[in-house]
Each structure stands twice: as structure tokens, then as C-alpha cells.
Design a protein around this ligand. Structure first.
Ligand code: PEP
Ligand code: MN
Length: 370
């Protein structure tokens, strides 16, 4: 059960104290308090855990400072979509809105290799009016002898160039909690020219200590990749770890599942699950065509499988696309063969626009709008 308090409830007030005293006396019930500082107001929600089935909605609703009560109908308490649950799914970060209703594009480098490639990438994004990108600094690699990413040494130039080209959000994977502090420090040293969305990779979806550390901070939103060899429920619980620690600015990314030894795609594309995630949770849903398809194979017309699955995900309502681009894929240090080329960016955007329009038309159709 979730108690949603009146906005800006005074935490020093007698009413608030009275509410907590009442909750303290409920047998078999524990609670967790969550504060969310928005631009306009502070929201406070109290999550009741344990023996809550006996509690009546009306009784709880009548407690001091309580505005609304939501009975949790599914497992994912914070991020789940419950009955009569009109809590917002959207959040803003550094001037960009993320929600289940819009679409943000994150084309960028799988791995940062040198300042020139970062600059060419960001320059192209700015030319096309894009404000988000992906930039890998910490790379988890299957082979210990493969390039592991430049780590914190590349952060200053990545952030400065982002500022120069108006990039507001960079999706960046971290593999250890010390990376959060490294990113924070580099942002501070460069004068906070941009924002970072912390990415949890598919190999770390169930790294619970990392999830807790990322969940404990609210400065950066999180992009959680679905685990490639676990159930959907397990991955959604991983997202809930982040939220239960306090960070509910979470986007859930589909990136394909391990099935058939990488043939014909690197992973089995799972973008049919976009509406499933939206139904079960309030998280915006990201698709990662690069790490699911893993190649530049094309159909007889020349349309890349990458673009087919991107379109499929968007037609199904995806809210974010994370995709590898590179100015010179032959020289990329990681995942060059699956990268889109910079000169393909206008084509990519046109194709995405077609798919998004189709989704919006489909949505209007079901709603009976014209
Ligand atoms: C990535 O996005 O660079 C990446 C390694 O993805 P995943 O964790 O999905 O393999
Ligand atoms: Mn990659």
C-alpha cells in the first residue's frame, strides 16, 4: 500500500508526526518513506510493507496529511503500475523529459576512443537537433585482453565537448560504484556542462550492491539493461532495487536475450516486450538495436536489420533508442561492425520519424481519435 501525502507536507508538523505515530502502531506493518524533490514541489510517499491486506483504504485515506492511497496490486511496489494509480511516469533530467509517452534518441559511441571521434559525433548530433547521446567510458568486456574503455581519463573531454555541442544527457555505463563519484567529480571540474544517465549493463543487472549504490543517489537517472539470461521478472525486480533505495528515475532497456549462439542476430530481439513493460510498470522503455542485432546485415532492399528492429520497437511504443554510431567504424575499438555511420544519421532520423508517426496513428486509432 502506498500513502501519497499532500504536496510539500511539512515534515516537522504535528500532523505528519501523528501520521507516523499511527503507522508505528500498526501491527505487522513496516514502512519506508520516499521524498521526491520536483521543480515545483516536494512529494512524499510512504510505502507500507507487510500485513497491509487488513487495512482499509478509507481509514488510511482519512489519516492526517494523506492525500491519496494506492493499493499495490503487483510486486513492483514503486515502479509498478497499480490499480487506480495515477502517479506520474515522467521525470525531467537536465531539461529533457523521459516518459512512457515520448521518444528520446541516444545515438553515440559504444566506446569513447579519442576526442576527435567524440567531437565529430556530437557535432553531427547538434546539426540534427539532438541533445542526447551514448558514450562508453567503462567497458565490461568478455575477453580480459580486449580494450576496457578509457575510464575516468576521458571524462573531462567528453563532458566539455558535450557542453560545446549542447548535449544535455549522456548515457554512460558504469561497472563499479566508484565510477559514480568519478563522473560526479569530472562533471564538477568541467563546470557541469552536461548530464549523465548511469547505465547498468546486462552483465550487471543482478549486481545487487551496484544497484543499491546507484539507487541510493538521486543526482543521476538510471538506464537499466534487461539481463540477457534471466527472466523478465528478475530484471524488473532489479529495477525495483534501484527505486526501493530511493532513485525512481529509471528507464528499462530491452537489448535482446541470449538464445541461439548469436545466429542470425547477436541476441534474440525482444522488442515485442515494449508494451509488456509499459503495462507492468511506469518506466519509460528503451530499445537497444545495436546490442541485440549486433551486425549491419540488411534485407534484399538494403534496409539494415538494425533499422527494421528499431522501427518495430518504436511502432510498439518505445520511448528511447540507444544505438551505436561511429564516424569511422573500421577504427572503432569496440563494436565497430554493428555501428551505424555518421552519414546515415539523417536517414536514421527519417526512418525513426516514420515509425513514431505510425505508433501515434495507432494510438489515435484505438482511442477513436482522428
Ligand atoms: C553497451 O550498451 O555498451 C553494452 C555493453 O550493452 P549490454 O550491457 O546490453 O551488453
Ligand atoms: Mn557495444
Amino acid at each position: 500500500m502506498i500513502l501519497i501525502l499532500q504536496p510539500d507536507t511539512d515534515l516537522d508538523s504535528a500532523e505528519y508526526r501523528q501520521l507516523l505515530d499511527h503507522l508505528d502502531r500498526l501491527p505487522g506493518v513496516r514502512y519506508r518513506i520516499h521524498h521526491e524533490q520536483g521543480e515545483q514541489q516536494r512529494l512524499t510517499e510512504i510505502y507500507l510493507i507487510g500485513d497491509t491486506a487488513r487495512l482499509s483504504l478509507a481509514d488510511m485515506q482519512s489519516l492526517p496529511t494523506v492525500e491519496r492511497v494506492v493499493r499495490v496490486s503487483r510486486e513492483y511496489r514503486v515502479l509498478g503500475r497499480h490499480q487506480n494509480d495515477d502517479r506520474p511516469s515522467a521525470f525531467d533530467y537536465n531539461g529533457v523529459t523521459f516518459s512512457q509517452d515520448n521518444l528520446n534518441l541516444f545515438p553515440g559511441l559504444c566506446a569513447v576512443d579519442n576526442p576527435r571521434h567524440v567531437e565529430l559525433m556530437m557535432q553531427a548530433l547538434q546539426q540534427h537537433g539532438l541533445v542526447c547521446t551514448r558514450m562508453g567510458a567503462y567497458k565490461p568486456r568478455t575477453n580480459p585482453y580486449s580494450f576496457q574503455g578509457h575510464g575516468k581519463s576521458c571524462l573531462p573531454y567528453v563532458f566539455e565537448l558535450a557542453g560545446k555541442y549542447g548535449i544535455k544527457v549522456i548515457a554512460m555505463e558504469i561497472t563499479h560504484d566508484v565510477h559514480i563519484e568519478e563522473i560526479r567529480q569530472a562533471l564538477e571540474q568541467t563546470g557541469n556542462p552536461t548530464g549523465v544517465m548511469l547505465q547498468i549493463g546486462t552483465r550487471n543487472t543482478q549486481n545487487f550492491e551496484l544497484l543499491k549504490a546507484v539507487g541510493r543517489q538521486q543526482q543521476f537517472p538510471v538506464l537499466l539493461k534487461r539481463g540477457f539470461g534471466i527472466t523478465l521478472e528478475e530484471s524488473l525486480n532489479a529495477a525495483e532495487y534501484l527505486a526501493s533505495e530511493g532513485n525512481r528515475k529509471v528507464i528499462f532497456a530491452l537489448r535482446g536475450m541470449k538464445t541461439n549462439m548469436g545466429d542470425p542476430h547477436r541476441n534474440f530481439v525482444d522488442f515485442a516486450h515494449v508494451p509488456v513493460i509499459k503495462r507492468l510498470t511506469r518506466m519509460p522503455v528503451c530499445i537497444d538495436p545495436s546490442h541485440s542485432v549486433g551486425s549491419r546485415a540488411a534485407d534484399p532492399d538494403g534496409i539494415l536489420d538494425l533499422m527494421h528492429v528499431t522501427a518495430q520497437g518504436i511502432v510498439a511504443g518505445a520511448n528511447m533508442v540507444l544505438i551505436d554510431f561511429h564516424p569511422d567504424p573500421a577504427k572503432a575499438l569496440v563494436d565497430g561492425p554493428q555501428a551505424m555511420r555518421l552519414q546515415e544519421l539523417p536517414y536514421f532520423l527519417d526512418d525513426v520519424a516514420i515509425a513514431r508517426e505510425a505508433y501515434e496513428k495507432r494510438r489515435r486509432l484505438i482511442r477513436g481519435e482522428n
